[in-house]
Structure formats: C-alpha cells, structure tokens
Write a protein that binds this ligand. Structure first.
Ligand SMILES: [Zn+2]
Ligand SMILES: [Zn+2]
Length: 128
C-alpha cells in the first residue's frame, strides 16, 4: 500500500471529468479520481460507505485533498521569462501555457509594454 504515500497528481473526475488533484486509487482506472462536488452523489450512488471506499478510495488521501488545489499549483509555477526593452516590465509564465506582463514599478499583472504601459500606476509603455 505504498500508494498512499505517493505524490498527489492531476486526475480527472470519474463522474464529471473536471481536473482534480488526488492520488491514484488502485480500484480506479489510471488517471481517474473524484472531485469535491461529486463526493456526495457518488456516496449515495454507492449505497454504503464501504462500497464507496472500495470504488473511490479514502477521503483526504485519494480525493478531497484540501491542502493542494490546482490553482495553488499554478501560482507556484510562475517563472520569469524576459524583460521588456528597458526593464520596466517583465514577462512571467503563469501556469503551463500562459504568460503575463508584470509592471516592475508597482508589481501589477496585465501591463502592456507595447501600447498602454501599466494602467495601475501609469508607467509608460516602453516599445518592447
Ligand atoms: Zn466530479
Ligand atoms: Zn504599474
């Protein structure tokens, strides 16, 4: 049962197909888990706690992991990519495929180094 100690990973909810962080339960197909909002309906569907546990695993271990949510994960993936021409704006990666320009004067996201600069503190655009 070393499965219990494995790192939580991104699974797909077996009932509604949303992304959810959980641990693989041996009774479940690989890559599938259970999301927060499907816990109750699935419990009722299973009929008993025991039946539910056999199908979906242990609450707080395989599903319903409170401390790690997909959005927490995304925030920690912020990574510096490049600076604008004179360094007043920086582009950082947000999640796996998105990036955003950050104003280095005030730290605000969604700056535009080409045209508008920073709407938050009126830092001027810097013709990247
Ligand atoms: Zn679900
Ligand atoms: Zn700013």
């Amino acid at each position: 049962m070393d499965d219990i100690l494995s790192t939580p990973r991104r699974l797909r909810c077996t009932r509604c197909a949303t992304d959810v962080i959980g641990r693989q339960w041996p009774g479940q197909d690989i890559g599938w888990g259970l999301c927060q909002s499907c816990i109750e309906p699935c419990k009722q569907h299973a009929g008993s706690e025991e039946e539910f546990r056999v199908t979906h695993g242990v609450q707080g271990v395989h599903f319903d992991i409170q401390s790690i949510t997909p959005s927490d994960n995304e925030a920690s993936e912020r990574e510096w990519l490049e600076d604008s021409r004179d360094g007043r704006f920086s582009r950082v990666a947000v999640g796996r495929e998105d990036s955003v320009w950050v104003c280095n004067a005030c730290g605000q996201d969604d700056a535009d180094p080409w045209e508008y600069g920073c709407e938050h503190c009126d830092e001027k655009a810097d013709a990247y």
